[in-house]
Design a protein around this ligand. Structure first.
Ligand code: GUN
Ligand code: FE
Length: 475
């Protein structure tokens, strides 16, 4: 009976589909030694009581307290790790000026490994404390500091996909921050891929190298083509920015005489393991190409409010079968929290649906059928991210990694406004009627998504290992 490494008892929320939440009220979750969910057991299942009796009283058994709930760990599909050092800075200027005035000077400082360590250690622990268990990272052009980021994630227990950034076009990059040449950009990328694959041999939760042209404007054609070949050679993930803003979208059209999506495809950079950030300006043919190649979109709703000149039509892209997840885009987005980005995804979609200019008549003002519910935005932050990365993460169900966050709604310093007597009366897993509680639990889920703060996130687990906890009730 004691074949599992861990047995959890509690109520979990996970996505059943892109539109629907599944509520697993007072279930058991059995985790094997590899950190994979082996079994999910409902209270009415035969082995439920026997399992509890076998594990109760051992350190493998974890029963959630009243008012605590399990969510899948969040998957952040777009983080510029070095930019954590300038979160919230200068978001009132356009993308091109922001990159050249603030971002490139900051990123150039990551040649200094001591500075890189300081920022990266703090970022990774902050993201874990915000419930983010998997991250797709842009590092900088520096091979050593990029590897350091992968090592820090490996040690802190976060699942990470890390890219050494390529920027080799002397016309669009400053002299103090670019690859020394196209040849070194490609060689450093290949060295980096090999080094991360070596590191990964001893990392339980996984660490993966990512081919990372910053975006077409900062790379030469030769580099982009070489990176496409490296992605194929190593079957690696790929990330870049695609059609983010009016400026970026038009720049690629002018230079390549086609849209960003088709240009990236011609360089071999669209693939099942590719995730492109933003993508607000994809037209129908671009979107079809994404769907055909299995390329995913990292939707970055907070960042988009500053830099993308638009709201991305997620419903239109999802209807075409494109995988979509959420990204903070630190520091185009100021917040390290995917809770904040879930909220913004919902709010922005409502503004797209209704329109925002009161001088225009209501019939003409918005784009019908654009809204996202909070359940749909939660899917993007969890299962949608897992699908985008082609990894078995983001759902609480068998054969997925045990990547979870435990939310406490009863914390004195961050209590959520839950006043449901039915729920409060259910004690010790007895007399909890799943059917009568169903609606209430969905209400609680919505409160968790809209109102949780980092203090409410009591524990975070990745691949069956506890990687973050707040021990005192008051912290
Ligand atoms: N496009 C190219 N680089 C960047 C970046 O660092 N942030 C954002 N938001 N867009 C980019
Ligand atoms: Fe970005």
């Amino acid at each position: 009976m004691d074949k599992y490494m861990l047995l959890f008892q509690g109520t979990a929320f996970s996505s059943k589909s892109p539109k629907e939440i599944e509520i697993l009220a007072d279930y058991l979750f059995a985790i094997n030694a590899d950190g994979i969910i082996e079994k999910v057991v409902a209270p009415q299942d035969e082995e439920y009581q026997a399992l509890i009796e076998a594990y109760q009283g051992t350190d493998r058994f974890h029963r959630l307290d009243e008012g605590q709930y399990l969510l899948p760990g969040f998957i952040d599909l777009h983080v510029h790790a070095p930019q954590w050092a300038q979160s919230g800075t200068a978001l009132d200027i356009p993308l091109y000026d922001w990159l050249n005035t603030y971002t490139f000077p900051l990123e150039s400082k990551f040649a200094d490994l001591d500075f890189a360590k300081l920022v990266y250690e703090d970022l990774v622990s902050t993201l874990l404390a915000n419930g983010t268990t998997t991250v797709l990272y842009f590092a900088t052009v520096h091979k050593e500091a990029s590897l350091l980021l992968a090592e820090i994630c490996a040690r802190q227990g976060q699942r990470a996909l890390v890219g050494k950034v390529v920027m080799d076009d002397a016309e669009q990059t400053p002299h103090y921050y670019r690859d020394a040449s196209t040849a070194t950009a490609l060689q450093d990328t290949e060295d980096f891929i090999v080094a991360v694959q070596e590191l990964a041999k001893n990392v339980k939760q996984g660490v993966y190298p990512v081919v990372t042209p910053r975006f077409i404007p900062s790379c030469t054609d030769e580099a982009l083509e070489g990176l496409g070949k490296l992605a194929a050679k190593y079957d690696a993930h790929v990330q870049s920015h695609c059609s983010e803003s009016d400026w970026a979208h038009r720049f690629v059209q002018d230079r390549c005489h086609k849209n960003d999506a088709f240009a990236l495809h011609d360089f071999g950079l669209l693939r099942d393991k590719a995730v492109m950030a933003h993508c607000n300006f994809l037209d129908d043919a671009d979107a079809d190409l994404f769907a055909e190649t299995g390329t995913a979109i990292a939707h970055c709703p907070i960042s988009n409010a500053y830099f993308s000149n638009s709201v991305i039509p997620t419903a239109r892209f999802q209807a075409k079968g494109i995988d979509i997840g959420l990204g903070t885009d630190i520091s185009g987005g100021f917040s390290p929290s995917l809770f904040d980005n879930v909220r913004q995804a919902v709010i922005s979609s409502r503004m797209l649906e209704d329109g925002v200019n009161p001088a225009i008549s209501p019939e003409e003002r918005g784009v019908p059928n654009s809204r996202l519910t909070v359940d749909e935005a939660f899917y993007l932050a969890t299962a949608g991210g897992g699908e985008s990365l082609s990894l078995p993460i983001g759902r609480i169900q068998p054969s997925y990694a045990w990547d979870v966050q435990i939310i406490d709604t009863t914390l004195p310093s961050a209590k959520l406004p839950i006043f449901n007597t039915d729920n409060n009366n259910a004690k010790n897993g007895e007399n909890r009627d799943i059917n009568t509680n169903r609606e209430d639990l969905h209400g609680i889920f919505q409160k968790i998504m809209y109102l949780s703060r980092p203090e409410n996130i009591r524990e975070v687990w990745v691949q069956g290992e506890k990687v973050h906890s707040r021990d005192s009730k008051t912290l």
